[in-house]
Design a protein around this ligand. Structure first.
Ligand SMILES: [Zn+2]
Length: 191
């Protein structure tokens, strides 16, 4: 992992420890911080995660204004808008680290698990995207959410030349992570 990405990941992990321990240190959450950043941004990482109201990246990584470029959608399913948003973070803002993060009790994973293998009547794009990794042996939707981060990482690289090049050149690292609701802990997942 390149130095910038490693440093960014260390900062995120430290921030999450603050969150877990109830000891937030983030100072930059006010208008003063906004004014200081009003002419531009240089976030340390791009967080790709779910729209779930319980998953708030700035809180759980103990960060504030200007720190994180957050790309959210239900289930964080990788569609064109999500993909281009990540490309913007990497290509334009030069973010060295993308964190693909799923979480406990995800509604999209639950819906996919309960409707598989039927053709979904609603939320088709979301649910069918998750179907790619479900089979009849899939037991738990939380397990599914963890596994699905690998699909997201692969899709980011497969569908985007910008991300593929940055990754191949060592300018970008993509890390998979999982957010646990019982402790507030972020678990970094291995390949
Ligand atoms: Zn979710």
């Amino acid at each position: 992992m390149n130095e910038k990405a490693k440093r960014a990941l260390d900062i995120l992990i430290e921030g999450n420890k603050n969150f877990v321990n109830g000891k937030s240190e983030a100072q930059n959450r006010d208008v003063k911080a906004l004014v200081a950043n009003r002419h531009g941004q240089s976030p340390i990482a791009c967080i790709v995660t779910c729209s779930d109201s319980r998953v708030v990246p700035e809180f759980i990584f103990d960060k504030g204004i200007g720190d994180l470029f957050v790309v959210r959608g239900a289930g964080a399913v990788i569609g064109p808008n999500i993909l281009e948003s990540v490309e913007y973070a990497v290509d334009h803002l030069k973010v060295p680290l993308v964190v693909v993060m799923s979480h406990d009790d995800c509604g999209v994973m639950k819906a996919a698990k309960s409707s598989y293998p039927e053709e979904p009547s609603v939320f088709k794009l979301l649910i069918k995207s998750v179907y790619e990794i479900i089979d009849n042996k899939t037991k738990c939707y939380n397990e599914l959410a963890r596994d699905y981060t690998l699909v997201k990482k692969r899709k980011l690289l497969k569908r985007s030349e910008i991300l593929r090049k940055a990754y191949a050149n060592g300018k970008l690292e993509i890390v998979r992570a999982y957010f646990k609701f019982d402790t507030g802990e972020i678990v970094i997942l291995d390949e």
